[in-house]
Write a protein of this length. Structure first.
Length: 170
């Protein structure tokens, strides 16, 4: 465990205990909730331009983690280094078609997942300000990209609801 003067008050202080269950089961939800807090705060305080990219990053990462959790639960252990939402989704769809086709996501959930993939196909476009990384992203559009943060919240909640139900059925 890290023990030094910088972290000693943080580690030994009162507050939240981070257990394995928080690290694993609730991690995607924590990214969604954090993104929602950023969006709500940004819209309430009229600072959307400061929170849009961090919120979208949190939502995109949550989608990636939801997919990885589902795949791991279905026995696919080799997903931790894959950050491509499209390939993770394809792997999940393949597993579900073989074992539980009725649990496949509907069109709205699929399109929402692919929308977050389109923002950051390589998972780096929202983290780094690098034009090379953004070449295949919606962020590379030659015209301004307008993001409706309330719609982003609506879509991430659809995705969250789907994976919550999926988790209880697999």
């Amino acid at each position: 465990m890290i023990r030094n003067s910088i972290f000693s008050e943080f580690i030994d202080g009162e507050g939240w205990f981070i257990s394995d269950s928080v690290r694993c089961a609730d991690l995607p939800d924590s990214y969604v909730v954090s993104g929602n807090l950023l969006v709500d705060n940004g819209l309430e305080n009229e600072i959307e331009n400061f929170v849009v990219v961090p919120a979208l990053y949190l939502y995109r990462h949550a989608v990636e983690l939801y997919l990885k959790q589902a795949l791991e639960k279905l026995g696919n252990e080799d997903v931790r280094s894959d950050h491509d939402i499209s390939s993770l989704y394809s792997a999940l769809e393949g597993k579900l078609q073989k074992s539980a086709p009725d649990l496949s996501p509907d069109k709205d959930v699929f399109e929402a997942i692919m929308a977050f993939h389109g923002l950051s196909p390589a998972s780096t476009e929202l983290r780094y300000n690098n034009q090379k990384d953004q070449a295949s992203s919606l962020l590379a559009a030659e015209h301004p990209l307008f993001i409706n943060l309330r719609n982003a919240q609506k879509y991430i909640e659809k995705i969250r609801g789907y994976f919550k139900e999926l988790k209880s059925n697999i």
